[in-house]
Design a protein around this ligand. Structure first.
Ligand SMILES: *[C@@H]1O[C@H](CO)[C@@H](O)[C@H](O)[C@H]1NC(C)=O
Length: 233
């Protein structure tokens, strides 16, 4: 995931002043990875406590993560509950087009008990215009287009990965998705803080960008059975 320098500085301060991210966690643990992590040793990660993983599939309509296939197969063979994620480029093409690209390259879903709904990673892009140059209402429409397209092909709504700061700034804190799309919030602190409008709780929490396993560190807000239920749809 891409993070702004300011966010990383804030993280460094948080880590320096609290030991929050080192606290032992009871909820199901997971990771999210992309080609930056190379070929992930999922057997080692599973032995070290993870039960789920999100693996980057695509960006926009021009990029397929070169490690996606290898890592998805490796996670599957290790018995990890896994899903794919798509990094949104709302300035590049429509939400429907990007959902179809994601679906066509491994981001699909089936009710097999081991596949998490695909995730839409929507956040600041440090190399682009703020909010990709879209108004809040255009951004909400773009996300709806992606989400509805994904739902019409798979029967489930995609998870939305974001930060409260980005969502507030770029969607006008839209409450339009809280009753349909599971939330995956990124916040590197000891508590999750204020959630975006519309969501009463988060489904996933990305609480650190490094830790005892490869990639970003995540947890599921619930029990292992709850995680399996999400994978069943
Ligand atoms: C986790 O989910 C429960 C509802 O199942 C909710 O009460 C709680 O606030 C959630 N935690 C977070 C951090 O969202």
């Amino acid at each position: 995931m891409k993070l702004t320098t300011a966010f990383l500085v804030a993280l460094a301060v948080t880590v320096a002043t609290t030991s929050a991210v080192a606290v032992k966690r009871a909820a199901p643990q997971g990771i999210d990875v992309s080609h930056y992590q190379g070929a992930v040793n999922f057997a080692a990660a599973a032995a070290n406590g993870i039960s789920f993983a999100y693996i980057k599939v695509t960006e926009g309509t021009t990029y397929i993560d070169p490690e996606f296939s290898n890592n998805y197969v490796a996670a599957t063979n290790t018995g990890i509950i896994r899903g794919g994620y798509h990094f949104a480029h709302p300035d590049a093409s429509s939400g429907a087009t990007q959902a179809q690209y994601f679906l066509a390259h491994g981001g699909g879903w089936s009710s097999d008990g081991i596949t998490l709904p695909g995730a839409l990673d929507i956040e600041y892009n440090p190399s682009g215009a703020e909010c990709y140059g879209l108004s809040a209402s255009a951004m909400v429409s773009w996300i709806q287009d992606f989400s509805n397209t994904y739902h019409s092909h798979t029967g489930v709504y995609p998870v939305i990965y974001t930060t409260t700061d980005w969502w507030t700034t770029c969607t006008g804190n839209s409450a339009a998705f809280g009753s349909t799309n599971p939330l995956w919030i990124a916040r590197y602190a000891s508590s999750i803080g204020t959630l975006p409008a519309g969501w009463a709780y988060t489904t996933f929490w990305q609480y650190a960008d490094s830790g005892s396993n490869p990639g970003d560190q995540d947890e599921f807000n619930g029990s292992l059975q709850g995680l399996k239920n999400l994978a069943l749809g």
